[in-house]
Design a protein around this ligand. Structure first.
Ligand code: ANZ
Ligand code: ZN
Length: 878
């Protein structure tokens, strides 16, 4: 038996079939045991599983299998994030219908996922493009509309001229569309928004309760929400200079303490005052048009040169009527934030400093760092934004920044102009409402109808779902739904007149904002959730996915659950109690002399005289080994999970993924290391077979006492069990694998000792070997479940290891049996002694007095007394 190699290719599908037939991974909603919900971010059905998926799902699977063995009712479902642009692109490029393309891909990828041996509950599977899913999403849209959580809003939107769609701010990267890479334009349009800003403060505060989320993710969310406390200040405009009827300019500042350092005012290019001034000034109009062409995305603004145009308008300082400040239109002021206007204080704000240095407006420092002489403190190229005392600021001089802020706020709130206070404290958030309208076909239709008399009418709940038509064409750019000859023409549900359906569909981030709640009861045809079930099975206990979703997907989901709570679909606020962001799978790149990339599969690696050397398998042509990068199509440094599984088996792929790096770090794919994992699989197989041969096919009664060898092995087994159990709970999988290896070595040593083949071995040792082998198999079962099932059978264990309870730890085997004591002679440390933990004082004294260091220190003097401080110190008094 043990001479045969383990054959993954034969064994893996066999066990997968068994798990399926017995449906052992199906969670039951009425299971009385405590639930544990493990979820990996569901995939987009692109057509193929990539290696990043394998890592993601393996991480979740280890935890799911472990928690199942620990006795939890584990919910570990899988589905498909199935709407989105690639399906439309496939339709355009390959003339296949988006629906057919999507479901074909799902079928192919499901097959691949099965081959990885994941313990998934497939009975709950759905795709977000199933009408039976998006029907409920449309229902919730209607509910949100009624609750004031969805609204129609005129907005300047980011328009992607290539994809012909509106993009969320988050989908604009460096001023370009995240998919097309086209420079994004601004267009004013009506669209649907979800009122996420109603929850700005709550979404921020609740981050403190998410103590099982990575700090970096919480910080990213905090920054995205972007809360700042400041002051609104109404600056009066100098009448003589003001265009039209404008008499004041409202600004928002977080630094009212720096008001006496003001050198200019600046307004956004699309500020009404800028428009008014431009009407009389063609040069200004030109400047504004140019600024808008560059786009107003945050990233562009942060990196662009700070440019301004003096409007000729003058604003009056709120504390000094004779102090006039020039008003510029500036390209770094955003209309969407605060009031779209600022006062500039160059000494203490870098952008303002860059600006004044360009336009020669000067600086006056008003905050002086502690220990600096105010009379010599000057600002040249670097603004000072640190702490200090107020200077050059009249009544504020000598105050701290905080004191000055509140003093200014108090004074300006008390000052009234035209019945209104000049200043008003305000909290601002960077977070904007979530625009969800997309001018695309392959998405969830927004269930409203536009009627010429009744305006916007929601599709009545009873008429849901609004189903996407399938007979669409993609021969024209733009939205295929809009081009459909009949679909949008309907009668108004209210007045019966001719009306039109909304042809915009929802941002696909909506689909992924509640799928995890739907998994709790995907069979409910009447409602998105079943309250009794969803309130018990949610929240997700451990969510696992890429850090690229750390802001948007997680924030939208946190909002959506709150909105579902407000509309009665769930009874909690936070969807994910634990969050884990996994690292990427990276690989070397290989480049031919002509610069073209080649895949790892085309390359042979050898150890050359000057390190590793790579050549093409076909021609032998040498290729350059390049940097290690995220696997990507463009760099061709990908490995295909199918190839790996066909060659080595899923268990090897899983083991390798877990072994090399902590799960939150990048892992470098290496064929050499994969082969190492493959050898380890065979080694485990031999160890288990040898153990079974030695210990017999079934468990004997536990011996009453164990000799030294058996005890040592039992300690190794329970020590490994203890460490691996806590390691899995903390998702320190790579550490767990190291412990498993170490323990396998310990078992291997026992089996390799001479005389172990003899038939009359001590029963305590055979019992311990058998116990160790069983524990070993259970320890690696979450990582290599197929091999574990096979080994389980070899050991004569009943049932499936996938269904077995996690082994019980015998804690008394974990106690270290020796202690190390500090040895002193006359109070001075002279060495250490290691003795048995239960050693008695005479034994300890004898051991100490036998030490050379002690003899030397005594210098022949007689020992007067030995004092033993248990577990710590032995003092010899001479
Ligand atoms: C004067 C000042 C002096 C400012 C100083 C800063 C430092 P956060 O913290 O992000 O809220 N600001 C206000 N509205 C703006 C807009 N629409 N576009 C560009 N900048 C804007 O930033 C608030 C600060 O950003 C405000 O405080 C304002 O500049 C600027 F030493 O006012 B401050
Ligand atoms: Zn009507």
């Amino acid at each position: 038996m043990s001479s045969e190699r383990y054959n993954a290719r034969e064994s893996e599908p066999r066990w997968q079939r068994q798990w399926d037939e017995k449906a052992i991974f199906a969670a039951k909603n009425d299971d009385p045991r405590p639930k544990y919900y493990v979820l990996e971010m569901f995939p987009y059905p692109s057509g193929r599983i990539h290696i990043g998926h394998v890592r993601n799902y393996t991480l979740g699977d280890v935890l799911a299998r472990f928690m199942r063995a620990k006795g939890f009712n584990v919910l570990h479902p899988m589905g498909w994030d199935a709407f989105g642009l690639p399906a439309e692109n496939a339709a355009i490029e390959r003339k296949v219908a988006p629906k057919a393309w999507t479901y074909d891909n799902i079928a192919a990828m499901k097959k691949q996922l099965r081959s990885i041996g994941l313990s998934l509950d497939w009975s709950r599977e759905f795709a977000t493009c199933d009408p039976s899913y998006y029907k409920h999403q449309q229902k919730m849209f209607n509910d949100f509309l009624r609750a004031g959580l969805a609204e129609r809003e005129k907005r300047k939107l980011n328009w992607d001229p290539v994809d012909m769609t509106v993009l969320a701010n988050e989908q604009v990267i460096d001023g370009r569309g995240w998919r097309s890479g086209a420079v994004v334009e601004q267009r004013e349009m009506s669209q649907w928004v979800f009122k996420i800003t109603k929850y700005s403060q709550e979404l921020l505060d609740a981050l403190d309760t998410l103590d099982r989320w990575p700090d970096k993710v919480r910080l990213m969310q905090r920054n995205w929400i972007g809360r700042s406390e400041g002051l609104l200040v109404r600056f009066a405009l100098d009448d003589a200079t003001s265009p039209g009827d404008e008499s004041e300019l409202k600004i928002f500042t977080t630094r009212p303490d720096t008001l006496f350092g003001a050198k200019f005012m600046a307004i956004a290019p699309d500020h009404p005052l800028a428009q008014a001034a431009a009407a009389k000034n063609p040069k200004l109009a030109e400047f504004i048009a140019e600024a808008k062409r560059h786009g107003t995305a945050q990233e562009i603004i942060d990196t662009a040169e700070k440019l301004g145009f003096d409007t000729g308008i003058r604003a009056i300082h709120p504390f000094d009527p004779s102090w006039k400040l020039p008003v510029y239109v500036a390209n770094f002021v955003l209309m969407e934030y605060g009031t779209g206007a600022i006062f500039g204080c160059p000494a203490h704000d870098q952008r303002d400093l860059d600006f004044v240095n360009k336009y020669g407006l000067g600086t006056t420092p008003v905050v002086c760092p502690e220990g600096q002489d105010p009379s010599t403190f000057v600002i040249t190229d670097t603004a000072y934004d640190g702490d200090g005392r107020m200077i050059n600021s009249r009544f504020l001089d000598g105050m701290t920044i905080e004191q000055a802020k509140s003093d200014v706020a108090r004074r300006l709130e008390a000052e009234v102009r035209g019945n209104l206070p000049v200043g008003e404290r305000q909290v601002n958030f960077r977070l904007r409402d979530w625009g969800i309208s997309r001018q695309r076909y392959w998405g969830c239709p927004i269930p409203v109808i536009h009627c010429p008399t009744c305006d916007v009418v929601p599709v009545p709940d009873k008429d849901l779902p609004v189903v996407l038509p399938e007979d669409v064409t993609f021969d024209k750019p733009g939205n295929a739904l809009d081009h459909h000859p009949t679909w949008k023409h309907v009668s108004c549900p209210q007045c019966g007149a001719k009306a039109q359906r909304e042809t915009d569909t929802m941002d696909t981030f909506v689909d992924s904002s509640w799928y995890f709640a739907r998994f709790t009861d995907p069979w409910n045809e009447n409602a998105p959730t079943t309250r009794a079930v969803v309130d018990r099975m949610m929240p997700v206990d451990q969510y696992i996915g890429g850090v690229e979703h750390a802001i948007l997907h997680l924030l939208y989901s946190r909002f959506f659950i709150r909105a579902m709570k407000a509309t009665g679909h769930i009874g909690m606020d936070e969807p994910f109690a634990g969050m884990f962001t996994q690292g990427m799978v990276v690989h070397e790149t290989y480049q031919k002399a002509d610069g073209g990339y080649v895949t790892p599969a085309e390359v042979k690696i050898e150890a050359g005289a000057n390190g590793r050397r790579a050549s093409l398998l076909t021609s032998g042509e040498e290729v350059a080994i390049g940097s290690i990068e995220k696997m990507s199509k463009s760099k061709r440094n990908t490995v295909d999970p199918d190839d790996i599984i066909a060659t080595y088996g899923a268990d090897v792929a899983r083991w390798f993924m877990l072994s090399d790096s902590p799960p939150d770090r990048d892992v470098i794919w290496s064929d050499e290391r994969v082969q190492g994992a493959s050898r380890f699989v065979q080694r485990l197989w031999r160890l288990v077979n040898e153990s079974a041969e030695m210990a017999g096919g079934s468990a004997a009664a536990k011996p009453a006492a164990f000799g030294a060898d058996a005890l040592a092995l039992r300690k190794a087994a329970h020590g490994a069990l203890d460490k691996v159990s806590t390691g899995i709970e903390k998702l320190h999988f790579n550490v767990c694998l190291a412990y498993i290896r170490e323990f396998a070595n310990a078992l291997g040593e026992v089996l390799a000792r001479p005389g172990q083949e003899s038939p009359d071995l001590a029963p305590d040792l055979t019992w311990a070997v058998r116990e160790a082998a069983v524990i070993l198999v259970q320890l690696f079962a979450p990582m290599m479940p197929h091999l574990a099932e096979e080994c389980w059978g070899v050991l004569g264990q009943a049932g499936l290891v996938s269904e077995a309870n996690w082994p019980q730890i015998e804690r008394d085997l974990l106690v270290e049996d020796t202690v190390t004591l500090v040895v002193q002679v006359n109070g001075k440390k002279r060495g250490e002694v290691t003795v048995a933990r239960n050693a008695q004082n005479p034994e300890i004294e004898a051991a100490v007095l036998a030490l050379d260091a002690v003899k030397q220190a005594l210098g022949g003097n007689a020992v007067r007394k030995v004092i033993v401080v248990p577990m710590r110190i032995v003092n010899v008094v001479g």
